[in-house]
Design a protein around this ligand. Structure first.
Ligand code: CO
Ligand code: ZN
Length: 325
């Protein structure tokens, strides 16, 4: 699981440009699904089983990134637009990789650093030449590290959710009484766009997003019940989703029955693919299994590997059994 996580987080794939990470996942799940296809927006959808409840499981492939949108006439420095929720307080000095292979360094004007317009990217190849043109997308560069039970990496949002989905498919070995659709979605970070078309294509009875959530155990930050090492986080509420009681209880009872450590998640900012899935068709009861994460949307997102395992155990337990709902 650690090795798969490393490969996924270090693969380039900002929102709208998920082709490399999609190729990697498609290869990884080739023997784990009965059928796979790519929908019109770019989601990778993997069907497992037949009969029973139709469940859509969504984990997003995209990572936050940026796109060069203007070149300063004299210096050649690039200005950029965000692809997803960049944290301006973590940009200065970070390296980015453009699609064409160019490495850029993000810098900030003296005394600036509050607004995106304070930043620029240095892509000079020498004193006269610029190495990449405007219109190029970029993702952040950072190697994954492991410290005891903790994994530190960029893009754990939501490659760790992809890991949970893939490892669950591995555990199921294509055996389930249900009709499962694992969707590795695109463009979550720019507004849950992939989940919308995935849900409209699949017409599920139930939706489950697998995504990261915050943690309340940092020195500063919002008060929040969730902590690293506290188990799988079962979402109760976020600004885009009020989880139906039947879904929440289904997850809690599974954890109780199987002895899986869990905690209840109430998130004050942000939402997941589940909030898009719930609005498909005439409405789809939807929930979310969350991986507690520190330093979200930075290049050093941090999770606890035991929490990840608990999420795999929970998702496998839910999907391997009949769903009485
Ligand atoms: Co995110
Ligand atoms: Zn996410």
């Amino acid at each position: 699981m650690i090795e798969l996580t490393k490969r996924l987080v270090e693969t380039w794939g900002p929102s709208g440009f998920e082709h490399r990470i999609r190729d990697l996942i498609r290869e990884e799940v080739a023997d784990l699904a009965d059928e796979t296809w790519i929908d019109g927006l770019g989601n990778l959808i993997c069907r497992v089983g037949a009969g029973g409840k139709k469940v859509l499981i969504a984990a997003h492939m995209d990572e936050i990134g940026l796109m060069a949108n203007y070149q300063e006439p004299e210096s050649g420095y690039l200005r950029f637009a965000n692809l997803g929720g960049l944290r301006n307080d973590s940009l200065n000095g970070n390296r980015v990789l453009f699609e064409d292979g160019t490495v850029g360094v993000i810098a900030v004007h003296n005394g600036g650093g509050k607004a995106l317009s304070d930043f620029y990217i240095d892509v000079q190849a020498d004193s006269g030449e610029n190495a990449t043109p405007v219109g190029q997308p970029a993702g952040f560069m950072r190697e994954m590290q492991v410290r005891g039970r903790r994994v530190i990496a960029k893009s754990l949002d939501d490659r760790i959710g992809c890991v949970v989905a893939i490892e669950t498919m591995r555990r199921l070995e294509r055996q389930t009484p249900n009709d499962l659709y694992f969707a590795f979605t695109v463009q979550e970070e720019v507004g849950l766009r992939g989940a919308k078309t995935a849900a409209q294509g699949v017409h599920p009875d139930i939706g489950i997003a697998i995504d990261v959530t915050g943690s309340g155990d940092q020195i500063r930050g919002r008060k929040m019940q969730v902590k690293l090492g506290g188990g799988a986080a079962i979402k109760v509420h976020d600004p885009g989703l009020i989880v139906p009681l039947a879904i929440k209880n289904w997850m809690v009872e599974r954890c109780e029955a199987d002895g899986i450590p869990y905690q209840l998640e109430l998130l004050m900012g942000g939402t997941t693919d589940a909030s898009a899935i719930q609005m498909a068709d005439a409405g789809v009861p939807s929930g979310c299994i969350s991986i507690p994460t520190r330093y979200l949307h930075t290049t050093s997102e941090t999770v606890d590997i035991d929490d990840v395992q608990a999420c795999i155990d929970l998702l496998t337990g839910l999907l391997a059994n009949d769903i009485a709902m």
